[in-house]
Design a protein around this ligand. Structure first.
Ligand code: CTP
Length: 471
């Protein structure tokens, strides 16, 4: 490591005009203020220190960075000594997390380095501390390879042409794309995420390298792939991201067993217009349910487990997938069934998904049904869906029903009728049971099996009541 120097080593670097003044919401950002303090402390000790990577890109795009990375020529050991609250997040890579004195904020400080061989296709086997230029050249894309000096009017230090590419909206790997992707295969999907998120055109060489190496994405741990996929699907640019994954051949690794059109560029795939029709802030679960729309439940769950989703996430997506068409004929659905769907915690998300699909299909009749269901949902009373039971198990015994599975089914059917607005008092409920018991005579066996058959869930669009008694 060269001795600390306060003189800029960047005289050979293309000198960029300082970016326009930062918007007030950025200068007031407490995380940025803390990151500037970190740079200041390093510089006061005679070290070089800059903002690096994604936070520079975001600032130049006028966005508020969600995190700040600082690159410096101070060794990790020096960084650990200079700051009181630190976490050693990757000493072998020269990375130290510096935590704000009162907590709440942290900034990763990394020593300028060049990476050794990447034998696992994900991380370098070793790193060598170097200078800022070497540190820029080891990074993935030109837009992510810039530094910024917040103490010198946000001067941009750009060894890789990132500023031009950002201005021309190009996503380009630094140096030879194949080398960058060979080093770290996760970059294959990061490229898609950045291109979609910032609406960038892919540089042809970078694009060709992704196409050629797409099947190597699978060497990366699924947790990491899933993190990237999740970020893509949670962002409003999700349709372009999924379309790029398809066009570049990444889809089979992300989600195997999708229908044929999910992997074939130029083939009409309804999922893409549906993703475009989702609201910008739709959660990633809604988007993933959209992408997986034609998977059978078992394959769907296998895919979601493979992506290492949590159980609540899997349940949420599986529920959306199971009920995705329930509202297409909402006006014709038995009320108890409609109310149960609409009272579900994810009903709002289901409406969003069903609406987007109807828009994508240009299906105005279905859209009208979904809008009607949405209005109906807002008119539903707050609080628990199920009304108080009008009859009890004792009543059923008194009426001659033998305890067993039929008990629960009969009580459920009474509730359904209450929800349908067909019965409102105890006498009506008792009468209904009496008639059901009489119908089921001559033998309890016949009665029980008929009740079991008819008291199950009614399929969507099926008009028959779940109770066998006809008014
Ligand atoms: N596989 C990777 C991951 C990261 N980086 C470098 O490390 C920086 C920080 O990485 P990360 O925080 O993962 O991404 P960001 O660029 O900050 O993007 P995001 O806002 O999505 O986190 C990147 O800008 C890039 O310079 C890289 O070269 N190769």
């Amino acid at each position: 490591m060269s001795p600390p120097s306060s003189q800029s080593p960047f005289s050979s670097v293309q000198s960029n005009p300082p970016p326009p003044p930062l918007p007030t919401n950025l200068t007031e950002d407490p995380l940025r203020k803390f990151a500037v303090e970190v740079v200041e402390i390093l510089k006061n000790q005679g070290y070089l220190a800059y903002f690096a990577g994604g936070c520079v890109r975001d600032t130049l795009l006028g966005l508020i960075p969600s995190d700040y990375d600082v690159a410096t020529n101070a060794t990790p050991e020096r960084v650990l000594k200079l700051f009181r609250r630190t976490v050693n997040v990757g000493l072998s890579f020269g990375v130290v997390r510096v935590v704000a004195p009162k907590g709440g904020w942290d900034v990763e400080v990394a020593t300028f380095r060049s990476d050794g061989v990447y034998s696992d296709g994900r991380r370098p086997d070793s790193v060598t501390y170097g200078d800022a230029k070497e540190d820029a050249l080891r990074r993935d894309f030109t837009i992510n390879g810039m530094f910024m000096d917040p103490l010198d009017h946000d001067r941009v230090i750009d060894f890789v042409g990132g500023r031009d590419d950002l201005a021309r909206r190009i996503l380009r790997a630094i140096g030879n794309p194949r080398d960058r992707f060979t080093e770290d295969k996760l970059r294959l999907i990061r490229a898609v995420r950045f291109a979609a998120r910032f609406d960038l055109t892919m540089d042809p060489l970078t694009e060709q390298a992704i196409r050629d190496m797409a099947d190597q994405l699978g060497v990366v741990a699924f947790e990491r792939i899933a993190q990237e996929f999740r970020k893509m699907l949670a962002h409003s640019s999700r349709a372009r991201a999924v379309s790029l994954c398809r066009d570049l051949g990444l889809m089979p690794t992300l989600l195997p067993n999708l229908p044929h059109e999910a992997y074939q560029p130029q083939v009409n795939w309804l999922v893409l217009p549906t993703l475009s029709a989702l609201p910008d802030d739709a959660p990633f679960e809604t988007a993933l349910a959209t992408v997986c729309n034609r998977l059978d439940p078992t394959t769907l769950i296998a895919n979601l487990k493979r992506l290492r989703l949590s159980n609540p996430e899997i349940k949420r997506i599986a529920w959306l997938a199971e009920h995705r068409h329930d509202l297409d004929h909402a006006r014709e659905l038995p009320r108890h069934r409609l109310k149960r769907v609409l009272a579900h915690p994810h009903a709002g998300e289901l409406i969003v998904l069903a609406r987007a699909e109807a828009i994508a299909r240009g299906d105005d009749a279905t859209l009208a049904n979904i809008d009607w269901a949405d209005a109906y949902r807002h008119d539903l009373p707050e609080g628990p869906l199920d009304p108080p039971l009008l009859v009890s198990g004792h009543d059923l015994v008194a009426l001659g029903v033998k305890p067993g599975p039929r008990f629960a089914a009969l009580l459920e059917a009474i509730r359904d009728r209450q929800l349908d607005g067909l019965i409102t008092d105890r006498d009506q409920a008792l009468d209904l049971i009496r008639r059901q018991v009489n119908r089921s005579a001559p033998g309890p066996t016949a009665a029980n099996s008929s009740a079991n058959q008819t008291l199950g869930e009614t399929p969507p669009g099926n008009h028959s009541s779940s109770f066998e008694v006809h008014d």
